[in-house]
Design a protein around this ligand. Structure first.
Ligand SMILES: Cc1cc2nc3c(=O)[nH]c(=O)nc-3n(C[C@H](O)[C@H](O)[C@H](O)COP(=O)(O)OP(=O)(O)OC[C@H]3O[C@@H](n4cnc5c(N)ncnc54)[C@H](O)[C@@H]3O)c2cc1C
Length: 486
């Protein structure tokens, strides 16, 4: 039966759900508080420079392809995808590791650092590939309704991969600290420390070394444009500058939303906004999770970000660069265990104009710098400036060049902006972490247990943080709505 569906927010999960629900024949409208769609994947343009403000790593190209295939389309119909070669560079205090676009090149680099390490690497990645196949084909496409969803022939015979940590597995096979950091890096995308993340999540290592790092020409916002164009063609209505202030419930059934002073009635309400915020739009008695519940969860980090326009081409950098020249353990402790501004943080720098001319004016460089920090930290202009100086000085030293006199402009973004722009819980950047106790059925649910006709999607529910999981989250909730309501 054709239903009217109001969707709150226009992040990847909401866009994905909107496409599936519209394809199933429903009348779908999206209400987004900001001026543009795409959620955290916004774009900032200035003086010929283009910055992706949120996600910048295009991993798991198969998930994007499958999404568009579900609508008889391909990514090729919307954007040009290039495999980055090399994928990225990691700067350590005394060396630089270059991660190539192929296992043979990566093995060669591992051998350079530690003789004999390519053999355990190939074995580790073979297991990671097996985990990837199980995760993507058997586990991740489940709606997180019951623990039994995780019980498959493949998972029960590999139970140890769920209680052993990734950290332990990596350290069992590799001794060199630089190789350990290289192999522990991918699970940071899941938002938790590698010693809190089950080794099953080594599928992220296969995504990294096996599937490679890609770049949509023009930047990550091309994906948003593609999904918006698909949604438009399926008849989805977009209302931007539409801040939803209330989900109205009557007789335990979601009836309408209040937006820009109007009451919009629909059969179903789906929120793709931050789950915690979405529940605050309900009267207290209709909320499923208490403040104490959210307080007890492990959240993915927030970030201090800088978008910088340089008036020259920079040296010794790649499209993606990780600066792991300081102690990761200390920084991780300052994010998770003892939240405070980090003393000597690791950071990440992205220069898309290295491989894509369209991202910066001629002979200029577009720079995006990210420092992961604990969510909820005090955020002041002075602190932002202090950290900008700190990382610029380290960047200059490690890449052996002067850049600070070549800055045309810079814009910062941090906790207060995440809260203001996205209603993000404590200013988290990418949702709730995927620890063992926050996986699958242990995450906040896609369907409200207290209000009929009310659903949720996005990085705080299943499957978790990241763009590919957001695409899957939208599909899962659309399937659940179709099953329960149509
Ligand atoms: C700095 C940064 C770097 C990242 N890097 C990567 C990466 O490299 N690769 C990767 O795969 N992932 C990355 N991620 C994670 C990825 O971007 C997110 O997991 C994903 O975009 C989340 O999508 P979502 O649909 O859950 O929600 P969001 O993108 O948060 O969208 C929610 C939307 O709801 C809107 N909204 C909120 N409240 C209301 C309201 N009351 N009324 C109307 N609208 C409302 C918000 O404005 C927003 O547009 C990164 C994230 C950040 C922030």
């Amino acid at each position: 039966m054709r239903k009217t569906i109001s969707i709150i927010g226009s992040g990847f999960s909401a866009l994905s759900a909107a496409c599936y629900l519209a394809k199933a024949g429903h009348t779908v409208s999206i209400y987004e508080k900001n001026e543009t769609v795409g959620g955290r994947a916004r774009q900032f343009k200035k003086d010929g420079f283009t910055f992706d403000m949120g996600p910048s790593w295009y991993w798991m190209p198969d998930i994007f392809e499958k999404f568009f295939n579900d609508f008889g389309k391909s990514t090729k119909d919307y954007y040009q995808l290039d495999k980055l070669s090399p994928a990225y560079k990691i700067f350590f205090a005394d060396d630089v590791i270059t991660v190539g676009d192929h296992m043979d090149k990566i093995c060669k680099e591992f051998e350079r650092i530690e003789v004999g390490s390519s053999k355990p690497l190939r074995k580790f990645i073979a297991t990671a590939q097996e985990n990837y196949d199980i995760a993507i084909n058997k586990v991740v496409l489940k709606p997180g309704l019951s623990p039994f969803e995780l019980v498959t022939k493949e998972t029960v015979t590999r139970l140890d991969r769920f209680y052993k940590t990734l950290s332990k597995e990596v350290r069992k096979n590799f001794k060199n600290p630089k190789l350990i950091s290289t192999l522990e890096f991918p699970v940071l995308f899941l938002g938790a420390k590698p010693n809190q993340t089950p080794s099953f999540y080594s599928f992220m290592n296969f995504a990294d070394f096996g599937l490679g790092t890609w770049h949509p020409k023009g930047g990550m916002y091309e994906i948003v444009k593609a999904m918006k164009s698909l949604a438009d063609s399926l008849g989805v209505t977009f209302c931007t500058n539409s801040n939803v202030v209330k989900i109205n419930v009557d007789n335990k059934k979601a009836q309408s939303i209040t937006v820009n002073g109007k009451t919009i009635v629909s059969d179903i309400i789906l929120s793709g906004a931050d789950y915690h915020h979405s529940e605050t739009l309900l009267d207290t008695n209709y909320r499923q999770y208490t403040e104490a519940y959210w307080e007890s969860r492990t959240f993915a980090p927030s970030s201090l970000l800088f978008y910088v326009g340089f008036n020259k081409k920079l040296n010794h950098i790649e499209h993606h660069n990780l600066f792991f020249d300081t102690d990761f353990e200390n920084h991780a402790e300052e994010i998770y265990d003892n939240p405070k501004w980090p003393e000597n943080p690791l950071f990440y720098a992205n220069f898309p104009s290295v491989t894509d001319d369209s991202m910066a004016p001629q002979n200029c460089e577009t720079g995006f710098f990210l420092i992961p920090i604990a969510p909820g930290l005090e955020d002041t202009p002075e602190l932002r400036l202090q950290y900008f100086d700190l990382i610029m000085n380290r960047f200059e030293k490690l890449t052996d060049q002067k850049v600070q006199d070549h800055i045309l402009f810079k814009k910062s973004y941090c906790v207060n902006d995440f809260i203001e722009d996205y209603n993000s819980y404590k200013g988290n950047a990418y949702g709730m972490a995927n620890t063992l106790m926050q996986t699958a059925f242990l995450r906040p649910k896609l369907k409200s247990k207290k209000v009929d006709g009310l659903y949720f999607t996005g990085q705080l529910t299943v499957p978790g943080p990241g763009v590919p999981p957001a695409l899957i989250s939208g599909k899962l909730v659309a399937q659940l709505i179709q099953k329960n309501e149509a």
